[in-house]
Design a protein around this ligand. Structure first.
Ligand code: PMV
Length: 324
């Protein structure tokens, strides 16, 4: 009996220009492009073994045998890989991340990016970075951005074939630090797959989408020119726009906690006083506070002293997904 095994590691990422809403939910074709930075110290490690003796896939997530929707999602993703490879084998999947799951820190991005790499390798497929990113997108949209290294853009594309992510700049291009103020480690009540499907019900989504090309351009330029203030301005605007859409969809989604607002207001005040820092939030209450490495010690200490902040995680620009 042969066993086909591989392990992949991939970072989480934080979006400066957000992905929220699909033009095709099944294919995870986004309504807009998005731009993010990989987070080097926050990663998922996913191992899998295809075993001819298995009758169905199994999933162990952070040390717990897991069924339900998480398993169904992994099975559907593995079906794509099995089809590509032409090998109808089931797998045992073991995935762990070193940060809270489902709390707006892109745990599914890291996990599906690592799974794409491990699963294709284990079945003998040699995919290019672009092909891997294209595949990872089907597991979780933002996972396609954790395949390439550093600062990454996901182009919305005209069709399934050209919707994938690529590196705008390597991790050493700009030593930005993401100081993540953890205000809750609870999984979010409404996951992002459900949230994407609601985006179109917000009367604000159309305006958000109309301005996206301009914000993408501003963000791209700010990263390439290492222009912190320009990045701060466009990233905060984009985060507010996404959360405005979330709050006004028909089922309203309010991901913020009181402490999220405390952090946002504090960061705005610090920036007014000359400290280079800005904030952005994904689909959860934890606040990502970005600053140049030279300010990270001060930002970390200030965040840690705010009421409601349980701890602060720090990450620099991270590498792309890799096999171990
Ligand atoms: O990839 P998903 O379906 O988990 O969606 C991610 C959505 C946000 O994190 C809120 C924004 C983004 O671009 O990462």
């Amino acid at each position: 009996m042969s066993y086909l095994t591989a392990t992949g590691v991939a970072c989480a990422n934080i979006a400066f220009i957000k992905y929220w809403g699909n033009r095709d939910d099944r294919l995870r074709l986004p309504s807009t492009g998005s731009i993010s930075m990989n987070l080097d110290s926050l990663y998922a490690r996913t191992s899998l073994t295809f075993d001819p003796g298995l009758k169905s896939d199994t999933l162990d997530l952070n040390g717990h045998p897991t069924g339900g929707r998480a398993l169904t999602r992994v099975q559907a993703f593995l079906d794509l890989v099995r089809d590509l490879a032409g090998k109808p084998l089931h797998a045992r999947v073991v995935s762990e991340n070193n940060f809270p799951t489902g709390a707006g820190i892109a745990s599914s991005a890291a996990a599906f990016s690592a799974l794409s790499l491990a699963a294709t390798h284990a079945l003998g497929l040699e995919l290019s970075e672009r092909e891997l990113s294209h595949l990872a997108r089907r597991g979780s949209g933002s996972a396609c951005r954790s395949i390439p290294a550093g600062f990454v853009e996901w182009q919305a594309g005209e069709s399934d074939a050209d919707s994938y992510a690529f590196s705008l700049a390597r991790p050493d291009h700009w030593d930005l630090v993401d100081c993540i103020a953890i205000v809750s480690s609870q999984p979010k009540p409404v996951g992002s797959s459900e949230g994407h499907a609601l985006a179109g019900t917000s009367p604000l989504q159309r305006a958000r989408l109309a301005g996206a090309p301009k914000r993408l351009q501003a963000c791209r330029a700010a990263i390439l020119e290492r222009d912190f203030n320009a990045l701060a301005e466009v990233a905060e605007l984009d985060s507010h726009l996404m959360h405005a859409v979330m709050m006004t969809s028909l089922r309203p989604l309010l991901y913020w906690a009181p402490a999220s607002i405390t952090v946002m207001q504090a960061v705005s005040a610090w920036r007014k006083d000359g400290l280079p820092a800005f904030y952005t939030l994904d689909a959860g209450p934890n606040v990502h506070v970005l600053c140049p490495a030279s300010a990270a010690g001060q930002v970390e200490a200030l965040l840690g002293a705010l009421p409601g902040v349980l701890k602060v995680l720090k990450a620099h620009p991270g590498d792309g997904a890799r096999l171990v």
